[in-house]
Design a protein around this ligand. Sequence first.
Ligand code: ARG
Length: 464
Amino acid sequence: MAQLWGGRFTKETDQQVYDFNASVSFDKRLFPEDIEGSKAHVEMLAKCGIISPEEKDSIIRGLDGIFTDVNDGKLEITSEYEDIHSFVEANLIDRIGEAGKKMHTGRSRNDQVALDMRLYTRKNILCMKDEIVTLLTELLRVIEDNTMTFMPGFTHLQKAQPVTLAHHFAAYFEMFRRDYGRLCDIYERMNYCPLGAGALAGTTYPLDRDFVAKKLGFYGPTANSMDSVSDRDYLIEYLSALSVIMMHLSRFCEEIIIWNSNEYRFVNIDDAFATGSSIMPQKKNPDIAELTRGKCGRVYGSLMSLLTTMKGLPLAYNKDMQEDKEVSFDAMDTVSNCVILFTKMISTMTFNNENMKKSAAKGFTNATDAADYLVSKGVPFRDAHGIIGQIVIYCDTNSKSIEDCSLDELRSVSGYFDKDIYDFISLERCVEKRLTKGGPAPAVMDEYIRDSRKWLDSLKKVRR
Ligand code: ARG
C-alpha cells in the first residue's frame, strides 16, 4: 500500500477498504495528463519563487523520466498505489529524493484530479469532433451522389411521400451537424483551469493561476475554488451530448437494419461489416448496426449514473466523485468506437436504387400530389382530399395505383381530371416540385449541398 496520507493514522488500512477506495486500476488512464499538469504546476511554483529553479529542473527531469519509463514499459503502474497521483509522486520521490517532496506544494489531489479529468475530457472532445467531421464528410458524399435516387419517405413506418436518398441522408447530416455544435459549445464552457483551487479554499501560497492556465492551453483559471473542485457538470454535459449522438446513430442504425432486411432490400451491408449465423447458412446479419443501437443504452446509463452520483453532494469535494471516471471513460470509448465503425459501414454500404425507386412508386406516395392536382384545377384542398380518398379505396379494391387508372375511371369520381394528371403525379414530378427550402427537390438539394460543403471545408481548414 503506497499512500500519501499516513501521518495521522495509527493503523494500517484494512486491505478490503484499501481496494474499495483505490482508483488506480482506472485512473491510470490519466497518467499523461497527470504528468502534464504537474509539470505546469512546478514551473509555476518556481516562477513564483516557491521552489528554486534547481528543484524545478530536477522535478521536471524526474517527471519526464517517469513518463518515458512507463511508455517504454520499464515502469508499471500497479495496484500498489492508491491512485495515479500517488504513483507519480511516490516514484518521483524515489527517483530524485527531497525535491520530489515539494511537488505537491500549494496543491491538493482535489484540484489535481479536477485538472487531469478536464485535460483528458478536453482532448476527447477534440477527437470526437474529428470523428463526427469524418462521419459528416462520408454522409455528404452519399448526399452528393444521390440527389436523383428516389425512395419512399415514411411516417408511422407507412409510405408517405417520395423523397430522395440524398434528402434522407441530409436529415442525419443536420442531426450530426448539431451534435458537432454541441461539442463546440461544451468545449467553450469547460476550457477553464481548476488548478490552484487547492483542497477547496485556494492556498496561502502566491500561486499564479493565470500562468498555469495559459501553459495548459485553457482560456483562464476557474473563478471559484469550491466550484472548481466540485464541478462535474462539464462531464454531465459531455455525456449528454454523447447520448444524443448515440440516439442519432441508433435511429440511423434502426433504418439501416430495416433497409437491409429481406423485405426492403434498399441497401447491402458490405460482407466485412456483417456477420453470419452458426446454424442458418443463408444469414448475413447487420450486427454492427444492431450493436450500435444496443450500446446506446449503455451511454444513457453513464449519463444517468453521473447525474445521480452528483445530485445530493454537499460542497466541496466528496469521494463519490471518483465514480465519474469509469462511466465517463466507458461512454467516451463506446461512442468513439460506434462513430468510427458506423462511418466505415456507411462508406462500404451499397444502395439498391432500383428497389428504392420501385418502392417509392408504390403505396400511394403520390396521393398528396393527386390532391394538389385537383387544387390546381380549382378544387378546394379539403374536397380534393376526399376525392383522392375515394380513388384510393377504388385502387385498393382493384389492386392498382392511381396512375394505373384510366382517365375514365378517374373521371367517374371527379370531372376535374384531365390527361395531364399522369405527368403531374409521376415520381419524378412529385419530388421535383417540392421546392420549399429544406425540401427534397434536386434543385433545392444542390443548394443545400453547396452550403454544407462550404461549411465542412471551413471546419477542415481550422482543424488542428
Ligand atoms: N481518486 C480521487 C478521485 O478520483 C482523487 C482525489 C482524492 N481526493 C481526496 N480528497 N481523497 O476523485
